[in-house]
Structure formats: C-alpha cells, structure tokens
Design a protein around this ligand. Structure first.
Ligand code: HEC
Length: 209
C-alpha cells in the first residue's frame, strides 16, 4: 500500500478517535445515588446532593403540637436565642435524580429513594449591610435524611430516618443510626401525602412541570 492510499484510512481512523473522545467527554458515566451503610448499619451522610433535584424550600414549618409523636428533627438553638424564641429556618429538600424521574413518570417512589433536608438559619443581616428587608440563608444548622430501602441491613419498614450531627463543621458528618419509628416514621406515614413524602409541600413533585 502506498502512502497515498493509506492517507484516507488514516484520516478516517483519526476522525473515529476524535468522535470517541468527544462522546466520552460529553457523557461521563453517572453512578446512581444509593444509600451506603457502615458495618454497624449506620447510614453514611450522602454527598453531592446539592446537584440532585431540588424539590422545594419551606420556611419555618412547625409541626402540629398536639401530635403525641411530634418530636421533629433536632435543631440546636443558638446561644443568643431565648427559650421559645427560635429564629426562622429554611428547610431545603433534595431528591436523588433517578427517583425524581421515576416519580415523575410513574407517580411512585422507587426502592431505593433518598431525600435530603438541609436546614439553614434565616438571617436578616449580612456582613456588608446590603439587606434592608427579608431573610436569607445563614449558617447550616441541620441535616436529616429519609431513605426508602427495603434492603436496609437492619431491616424493618421501608422508610428510615436519620439526623446527622453537624457539630458546627462544614465537613461531612459521621454516619448516623436510624431513628426509632415512633420518632419520625409514624408522623410521615400518617400525614405525608404520598408514600411518607410530603409531596403536598414540594412544588417540584406536586405541580406539573
Ligand atoms: C409531627 C410530624 C413529623 C415528625 C415527628 C417528623 N417529621 Fe420529618 N417532616 C415533617 C413535615 C411536615 C415535613 C415537610 C415540611 C418541612 O419540614 O419542610 C418533613 C420533612 C422531612 C424530611 C424531608 C423529606 C421528606 O420525607 O419529605 C426529612 C428528611 C425529615 N422530615 C426527617 C425527619 C426526621 C429525621 C424525623 C425524626 C427525628 C422527623 N422527620 C420527624 C413532619 C414530621
């Protein structure tokens, strides 16, 4: 084969390599979000959830006081807060993308599903004094997770609830033990509008796109 006959083959091969590289660069492999547990059945704090689907933000929801099961996720009071005088909080809620898409299509939460709720203190002042009204998200004060997983190592009901101890640090918190059902599961089961999830409060799941 002469150089001249080789040239078209070479450029074809080069084009192929180029196409392959472009495709693999455009579509990195996506690993689905799955709950991860330690050997003693604690849930590891999910990571990367801020790029999952943001389903909604609720401002200072308070749960009905007369419910005997009302304990709610534990949020540390700030030192300068008087008893009974809690500042407002934003509850930001995310769901893993695969479960969001499944729910959109079928109206059900697949197994597994992970919902993360990050709680931020609502603040009226910023360091530069630009705010003249309203509230913005200040320090992160809570991280709770709801997991639907029928293959959970400790078994039990499909949904389990976890509260992570942030200890004032931005680092990923230590793995958490599931709460007992009376603390969290029962209220979610009885009052949330769809399979333990408060779809009624999350525009991204509740309303048509
Ligand atoms: C008395 C009722 C009640 C109890 C008890 C309760 N919750 Fe909830 N939870 C709610 C409501 C209402 C919402 C939705 C509104 C919000 O807080 O933003 C919610 C939302 C959540 C979410 C967001 C995802 C979802 O499931 O919709 C998580 C995570 C969560 N709760 C964790 C917990 C944990 C952990 C506990 C136990 C320590 C707990 N909850 C106990 C009422 C309750």
């Amino acid at each position: 084969m002469t150089c001249r006959t080789l040239r078209p083959w070479l450029s074809l091969a080069l084009a192929g390599v180029l196409v392959y590289c472009t495709i693999s660069a455009a579509a990195p492999p996506i690993s689905p979000a799955r709950p991860r547990y330690t050997r003693d059945s604690r849930l590891e704090a999910p990571t990367g959830y801020r790029s999952w689907v943001f389903v909604g933000s609720n401002l200072s929801p308070e749960y009905k006081q007369d419910l005997p099961e009302n304990k709610g996720p534990a949020i540390e009071p700030r030192k300068d807060e008087k008893a009974g005088q809690r500042s407002d909080q934003f509850h930001n809620i995310y769901i893993n993308r695969e479960s969001y898409e499944w729910f959109r299509e079928k109206g059900e939460f697949p197994d597994p599903t992970i919902l993360v709720m990050e709680v931020f203190r609502a603040v009226r002042k910023d360091p530069k004094g630009i705010l003249t009204g309203g509230q913005v998200e200040g320090e992160r004060v809570g991280l709770s997770v709801a997991v639907k997983d029928t293959h959970r190592p400790q078994g039990g009901v499909p949904w389990a609830y976890y509260t992570f101890n942030l200890a004032g640090s931005p680092k990923p918190p230590k793995p958490a033990k599931a709460h007992v059902d009376e603390d969290c599961y029962d209220c979610h089961l009885q009052h949330a509008s769809k399979d333990n999830v408060w779809v009624q409060f999350y525009p991204a799941l509740r309303d048509p796109e």
